[in-house]
Design a protein around this ligand. Structure first.
Ligand code: PMP
Ligand code: GLN
Length: 386
């Protein structure tokens, strides 16, 4: 392994999912739903396969049907208009969208600011691009029950070497949804310091209570400097299909596409047609999906609280971050490695998402994108174990 990647071993998700398999514990570690997305969308994939749509290399930017559906979605939900021919790129999941964006936009030595805790692929992709990651920590605020961005710390992190802000909202793993005010401040900073912004909004449809998802690209001066990323994995519960997309200005899309060409060339064809249909589902699909996940959040949060965890009730995503100190524990790694034996449940130690490991040490993440019965059983096991 070269020096750029030496610090990145096996992803924590693979490690913890393997632990779930070998112990038979309930896997609330890796975030994937245990129920597949809508039947009619699966049928659309089967039809595309059968009718020979996408079985050979699809067009580089993605099939026209999907690009049109992405632009219609951005316009309908957010009033953002993009040209499907020049301002949309279909990628192999959000993961490739992040990788291609960083490879295309970062010069070796450039600083990339990422919100910490950060999704694990960010750090590896910044490294692959030869960039330097500069983490800005979302600090746990017990009284607010939320992980919060300190805007002064963000401003202080910007230097003459800063090229790009890598933002994620709704935020994995903290469950924080950046507020309109926070986003406006990020946008002002980006404009003032002339920074590019890559924003990972894969959980755009998973916001709860009073939280609202506002795309960064909607703020003044942002449309032309922002690469917005989303994915069908989260919104439609097809994490195995690996269909994601980028929307941005023609210049930025062209740049990201240059990198994507040499990573995967194109993304798998038949699923693109199916995702085009998924994006065109009626609003009730999105409303029901959110309501269903909200009920699951409430169920698992209550179970964790009863077991004695301090719960940071997420405003978005399908993850709950907890603090294990009320259980008399301090180290999430040790805790998560022992949890399958102790309680028959698998979780993720948030420390892996931090450069400031000590700050992340007491936090542990549980995924709630699981069937109600599974969450009830997990909650029961945790209550018994603690
Ligand atoms: N970004 C974030 C914040 C995620 O949580 C995930 C999924 N785990 C991804 C990107 C990757 O998405 P995809 O599966 O579409 O590559
Ligand atoms: N995004 C999912 C999570 O955060 C897992 C993705 C992966 O395994 N790389 O759990």
């Amino acid at each position: 392994l070269n020096r750029r990647l030496a610090e990145f071993g096996t992803t924590i998700f693979a490690e913890m999912s393997a632990l779930a398999l070998s112990t038979g514990a309930i896997n609330l570690g890796q975030g994937f739903p245990d129920t597949d997305g809508p039947e009619e969308v699966r049928e659309a994939a089967v039809r595309a396969l059968r009718d020979g749509r996408g079985n050979q290399y699809p067009p580089g930017p993605g099939v026209p049907e999907l690009r049109a559906a992405v632009t219609a979605h951005q316009r309908r939900r957010y009033g953002l208009s993009y040209d499907p021919d020049t301002e949309v790129l279909v990628t192999a999941g959000a993961t490739e969208a992040v990788a291609a964006s960083l490879l295309a936009l970062v010069e070796p030595g450039d600083e990339v600011i990422a919100l910490e805790p950060y999704y694990d692929s960010y750090a590896a992709c910044i490294a692959m691009a030869g960039g330097r990651r500069v983490p800005v920590t979302l600090h746990a605020h017990e009284a607010e029950g939320r992980f919060r961005l300190d805007l002064d710390e963000l401003r202080d992190a910007v230097t003459d070497r800063t090229r790009l802000l890598l933002i994620n909202t709704p935020h994995n793993p903290s469950g924080t949804v950046l507020t309109r005010e926070e986003l406006a401040a990020i946008a002002e900073l980006a404009v003032e310091r002339d920074l590019l912004v890559v924003t990972d909004e894969v959980y755009e449809h998973l916001v709860f209570d009073d939280a609202e998802h506002v795309p960064l690209a909607t703020f003044p001066g942002m449309r032309e400097r922002t690469v917005t990323i989303s994915s069908s994995g989260k919104t439609f519960s097809f994490t195995g299909w690996k269909v994601g997309w980028v929307t941005a200005s023609p210049e930025l899309v062209t740049a990201v596409r240059s990198a994507k060409q040499y990573l995967t060339y194109v993304s798998a064809g038949p699923f693109q047609y199916a995702v085009a249909e998924a994006l065109s589902l009626p609003d009730s699909y999105f409303t029901d999906f959110r309501a269903d996940m909200l009920a699951k959040r409430n169920l698992l949060a209550a179970g964790l609280e009863e077991a004695g965890f301090r719960v940071y009730r997420p405003s978005g995503t399908y993850f709950i971050t907890t603090d294990i100190r009320p259980l008399g524990e301090t180290d999430g790694f040790t805790f998560c490695r022992a949890l399958p034996e102790r309680a028959g449940v698998v979780a993720i130690p948030n420390a892996v998402f931090y450069d400031h490991r000590e700050e992340g040490a007491p936090f542990v993440r549980f995924a709630f994108c699981k069937r109600t019965g599974v969450l009830e059983e997990a909650a029961e096991r945790l209550r018994k174990a603690f």
